[in-house]
Design a protein. Structure first.
Length: 255
């Protein structure tokens, strides 16, 4: 039996990328999915493009916010509307390979896991390969994740019947990392599908491309999410930076 997968996708002014993202979902070899798209008051043609897909295939479900409320808020609205056994995440500018869902669900069942993710390849704004593959530990523990986010948001999938719907406060940055930490705190260890199943688009204006912003938001995970005091948070952030620069770099391969 093929259980329903709910794909969570917030959108905001993504007209340049959303068509390819939707097509990558439409091309999935696993057919029992719904894609919950919550548009965060886009001012371009994002909604028009999504509507064109939704008119042809009712698995695309579009919801619109009246005012711009942020990516995290839109993601949580989408999660509330999801009805699938499995929750998967895909941002509006990233892509899946056609066997992504099929391989991951087979992997979840074969390994008796309620959560998995995968390796992914990087592309530039125009979809060209950056010849970079991001891998991860084959047995990812909570302790490893605590010092470095090895889980690409575009590759993650979890069993909502096992965990329930996990909602992270929309005001908190690094919402994805906090989500994986919440999951790993419960199950202690998980495994990725050890092959690239998605393409992560690196954009010049993305938060991930701003190193200073990233350090600030990661610091907030230790200070606000975990509740460590200032001194401990600085120490943990130093350890995080060491892990990010020295250890995680070993998992980034040229292809």
């Amino acid at each position: 039996m093929n259980e329903l997968v709910s794909i969570i996708t917030p959108t905001f002014n993504a007209e340049k990328y959303i068509r390819a993202t939707l097509q990558s979902v439409l091309d999935q070899s696993y057919h029992n999915w719904e894609m919950i798209l919550v548009d965060d008051a886009s001012t371009d043609d994002t909604v028009k493009i999504i509507k064109a897909f939704a008119e042809k295939d009712n698995r695309f479900k579009l919801f619109k916010l009246d005012k711009n409320s942020g990516n995290g808020f839109a993601r949580n609205v989408a999660l509330e509307k999801a009805t699938g056994k499995y929750i998967a995440y895909l941002d509006a500018d990233d892509l899946w390979i056609p066997t992504k869902l099929e391989k991951q669900i087979q992997f979840l069942k074969a390994n008796n896991l309620p959560f998995t993710f995968s390796f992914y390849d990087c592309i530039d704004e125009d979809g060209n390969s950056l010849n970079r593959r991001v891998e991860a530990p084959l047995n990812l523990t909570y302790n490893q994740l605590f010092f470095c986010n090895y889980v690409g948001n575009l590759t993650a999938i979890y069993d909502a019947e096992y965990f329930g719907k996990i909602i992270i406060e929309a005001t908190e940055k690094r919402q994805d990392w906090r989500l994986w930490l919440t999951i790993l705190k419960q199950i202690k260890v998980t495994k990725p599908v050890p092959e690239p199943l998605a393409f992560y688009r690196i954009r010049k204006d993305s938060i991930s491309s701003s190193k200073f912003k990233l350090i600030k938001h990661n610091f907030g995970v230790y200070r606000d999410f975990h509740g460590f005091n200032l001194v401990s948070s600085i120490f943990l952030m130093t350890r995080f930076l060491f892990t990010q620069l020295i250890i995680k770099s070993k998992y980034i391969k040229k292809v």
